[in-house]
Ligand binder design. Structure first.
Ligand code: NAD
Length: 285
């Protein structure tokens, strides 16, 4: 029998725990925890993401600052906004919603965020520390996947883990986290040969490809744990990267889409903000 990993419930639990921690933080340090969100332009999906992030931030008792810049904002204007937040002692975390409009240099702007306010864990300093297994802020989605595995008491050490996808925000940090937990990790990508054979050896299979129902039943070992990061909209309906209906008949654990990894991303964003604020407060005591 397969067990469905309920990311909605687990993310709710994390947010409730955080609410308690944020309240204790305020009592102890006499200050708010503040997350600043910068949105440039009017991408409808980004607007929804930003709205949800702000709502969740406030729900756990943190303060949110939102900066909405015009679609045609110049690089200088966006830089000034991020630089001001970087200098502001009251701001604990900065999130620049991606994608930025095409005329802006994403890397240049993200690199203005100091590593100790990088709630997304995208900066080279944080990624490098993850590679060195040092304490750092980890990208929210893979961090959320790890949290799902841990909260379900799924053993990682010594297991064969296969990650399909090598993006900077999901695949690569996911592989590093699993390696840090002592799994034997294989990273697959668009040029991988014999993908099916490799996937079939996985005790833990993480799909982060961006193609609906890409992972089929014949690619999965019986009893495997399958984590579906994909979010694919087809004809107005949401699908993961895994052919859930058929694959779930073989797995021991599987995440649904929606309601699996998705809700964890925001929960881990809040967790990252809290951890950065705590680190700063402890350093300043
Ligand atoms: P991406 O496009 O940056 O990376 C996709 C990866 O898949 C690449 O590394 C590519 O090499 C690999 N790939 C493509 N075709 C392949 C093939 N035929 N065989 C093997 N590998 C192949 O995407 P991303 O940003 O990593 O996102 C992946 C998916 O996860 C998307 O569906 C995205 O929407 C979703 N996502 C979800 C969340 C969340 O909160 N749940 C967060 C980020 C991304």
């Amino acid at each position: 029998m397969t067990k469905l990993i309920d990311g909605k419930q687990i993310s709710q639990d994390i947010k409730l725990e955080l609410k308690e921690k944020v309240s204790l933080f305020k009592e102890k340090y006499g200050k708010d925890i503040t997350l600043a969100v910068v949105l440039v332009g009017e991408n409808p999906a980004s607007q929804v993401y930003v709205r949800n992030k702000i709502k969740a931030t406030e729900l756990v008792g943190m303060k949110s600052l939102a900066f909405y810049l015009d679609e045609n904002a110049t690089e200088k204007e966006v830089e000034e906004c991020v630089n001001a937040l970087a200098k502001d002692d009251n701001v604990d975390g900065i999130l620049v919603q991606l994608p930025l409009p095409k005329h802006l240099d994403e890397n240049k702007i993200l690199n203005l965020i100091p590593a100790n306010k990088d709630v997304d864990g995208f900066l080279a300093e944080n990624v490098g520390k993850l590679l060195l297994f040092e304490n750092s802020t980890v990208a929210c989605t893979p961090y959320g996947v790890l949290e799902l595995l841990k909260r379900e008491n799924i053993e990682i050490a010594g297991k064969n883990a296969v990650v399909i996808g090598r993006s900077n925000i999901v695949g690569k940090p996911m592989a590093m986290l699993l390696l840090r937990e002592n799994a034997t990790v294989t990273i697959c990508h668009s040029k991988t040969k014999d993908l099916k054979k490799i996937c079939k050896q996985a005790d833990i299979l993480v799909a982060a490809i961006g193609r609906a129902k890409f992972v089929t039943k014949d690619m999965v070992k019986k009893g495997a744990v399958v984590i579906d990061v994909g979010i694919n909209r087809v004809d107005g309906k949401l699908y993961g990267d895994v052919d859930f209906e058929k694959v779930s008949k073989k797995t021991s654990y599987i995440t649904p889409v929606p309601g699996g990894v998705g809700p964890m991303t925001i929960a881990m964003l809040l967790q990252n903000t809290y951890l950065l604020a705590l680190k700063k407060a402890e350093e300043n005591v």
